[in-house]
Write a protein that binds this ligand. Structure first.
Ligand code: DQA
Length: 151
């Protein structure tokens, strides 16, 4: 029997995250999305994880990408941007994907506007990391690494 490690992580960014580098630096820092993805990929490699990256500004594309993950990923790191706070469509698609997922936010969503405190995907995720900037993704990867090695 061949042993196949469960190490494939889908890193998904949603609406407006392609604008990193132009967005309010006090919340999001100065890194572009490409720079952030490069950093995440290196850190994942250190943990023995393989990453694939996806970004869209279209909610339906984000949903359909989640639909297609079956058999292609073992875990998900997702930052859906503002969709986090209201998209039941993404929530339902994440439930369908049925993979361990970690919600990440660069900014400290719990200490900004009231509406950012609510997450409609939170209860489906094994963890949430917020307000730690790019290092938060490393924490998310470590959490998934632990989860996938325990299964
Ligand atoms: C964000 C926080 C959201 O409230 C916001 O709409 C974003 C980015 C973050 O990474 O801090 O677009 O998800």
């Amino acid at each position: 029997m061949t042993f196949s490690p469960r190490n494939r992580i889908e890193v998904m960014h949603g609406v407006n995250l392609d604008q990193l580098g132009r967005r309010a630096s006090e919340h999001y820092g100065d890194m572009t999305l490409t720079e952030l993805e490069t950093r995440i990929s290196t850190e994942a490699g250190d943990l023995g994880l393989l990453t694939r990256f996806f970004h869209t500004n279209q909610e339906g594309d984000f949903v359909e990408h989640l639909h297609r993950l079956e058999g292609l990923a073992d875990g998900i790191v997702l930052n859906p941007g503002a969709w986090t706070h209201y998209s039941y469509a993404i929530r339902d698609a994440l439930e369908l994907a049925a993979l361990p997922a970690v919600e990440v936010h660069l900014s400290d969503v719990d200490n900004r506007e009231e509406w950012r405190r609510r997450s409609v995907i939170g209860e489906l995720c094994i963890a949430r990391v917020a307000g730690k900037g790019p290092p938060g993704y490393r924490e998310a990867l470590e959490r998934l690494h632990t989860e996938l090695s325990e299964e």
